[in-house]
Design a protein around this ligand. Structure first.
Ligand code: KG4
Ligand code: ZN
Length: 359
């Protein structure tokens, strides 16, 4: 089984990992949340600077885990077969930091370089295993994937290894972004998803009614910006709803509007594709309420749902990039020219124009 060193810097996590096939050997994440919190969202220039400051640290930390002598982490490269790095989608100046480091190491230690789509990393996170190879979770294609994160909301057909078809996506904001913006309007800080979840537990999801954009449209696209605007005007008109007891109801009702859209579109996706094997990935997939509702749906349709098996794999991390990278290596997807690897901030799933299939 091949060992991959993986690097991820597409947004606000500086991350490195070592995987052996789909087994996670080491996984280090330096989160920049505290840095961005006071701005209420990710500031690209700050993210870039923080990535530059932490990239060597996270890489060395994971190398130490497999080096014979932890005092010389780079000796671990004897055991590394390839280097995988996220090259999109994401913030251009943030992606550049990881790509530069990956290229530098690939050159210095003469290793193949694999460019990975951040979203395929999220998808493969469902198949991660610990060092002992658990959970076993075999691949059973095809899957219908719901990607829900701060930057992305997409329904994807995962036909086979590395073979994806995007069935629908958000035409404006992502689901996590909507939760983050609502939390910001309520003065709850960043990231908003976990805070909204906590407040929502004590609130009534039907206390207020907020719009469910595109819900009645018979397609698989999402939209959350109208919901956000409706929430803004609601708060402006009814500032008294800010009172603490109402905050729970507000959070719960807003969250429910977001989840109703996700669930309805997921169900529509099952209806269109007849696929009942579902994967739910990305930061928002950590939400217990959402998970419960997806479980309910899969019970109703007699399907199966899988989430990433470990908590650290919901948000951004490099282990998922390593696993996707491993399959790229395994199936002979090699870069045309590793020196030409460049960031593609709007990279789409299925766009493999940088690849050809021979070593
Ligand atoms: O996957 P991720 O870490 O980064 C992106 O690729 O975007 O997702 C971050 C998003 C944020 O919008 C955050 O508010 C949301 O995931 N999130 C949650 C929860 N934990 C994180 N949303 C709802 N409930 C949660 N428990
Ligand atoms: Zn992500």
């Amino acid at each position: 089984m091949k060992n991959i060193l993986a690097i991820e810097t597409s947004c606000d996590e500086t991350a490195a990992a070592i995987v052996c096939g789909r087994r996670i050997i080491a996984n280090k994440i330096y989160s920049q949340i505290l840095l961005h919190r006071k701005w209420g969202g990710v500031v690209p220039s700050l993210a870039k600077k923080a990535h530059e400051e932490k990239i060597d640290y996270v890489v060395e930390e994971v190398l130490k885990k497999i080096a014979k002598n932890p005092k010389s982490p780079f000796s671990a490269f004897k055991k590394i077969d390839a280097i995988a790095v996220t090259y999109g989608p994401g913030l251009a100046i943030a992606l550049e930091v990881g790509i530069k480091k990956a290229k530098e190491l690939a050159e210095k230690f003469n290793k193949p370089l694999i460019g990975v789509n951040h979203l395929e990393g999220h998808i493969y996170s469902c198949f991660a295993q610990n060092r002992r190879g658990n959970p076993k979770r075999e691949f059973n294609f095809p899957y219908l994937v719901l990607i829900v994160s701060g930057g992305h909301t997409e329904l994807v057909l995962f036909k086979n290894h590395l073979d994806y078809q995007v069935l629908g996506k958000t035409i404006d904001d992502a689901a996590g972004e909507a939760l983050d913006k609502a939390a910001k309007m309520l003065g709850l800080g960043y990231p908003g998803g976990p805070v909204i979840e906590r407040l929502a537990e004590k609130g009534d999801p039907n206390f207020y009614y907020f719009p469910r954009p595109l819900l009645s449209k018979k397609n698989l696209d999402f939209s959350f910006s109208g919901l956000k605007t409706a929430f803004y005007y609601f708060l402006k008109k009814k500032p008294e709803s800010f009172r603490l007891n109402n905050l729970n109801h507000l959070a719960s009702s807003f969250q429910q509007a977001v989840f109703d859209v996700l669930l309805k579109k997921l169900e529509l996706g099952v209806e269109f594709t007849k696929i009942k094997n579902i994967l739910v990935v990305g930061g928002v997939a950590a939400n217990q309420k959402l998970r419960k509702e997806v479980f309910k749906l899969t019970k109703k349709i007699k399907g199966k749902v899988f989430f990433p098996p470990f908590k650290t794999l919901y948000g951004d991390n490099a282990a998922m990039i390593g696993i996707a990278g491993y399959y790229r290596l395994y199936f002979g997807f090699f870069l045309k020219n590793k020196q030409k690897l460049d960031r593609v901030p709007r990279l789409q799933l299925g766009d493999d124009s940088l690849y050809f299939s021979q070593p």
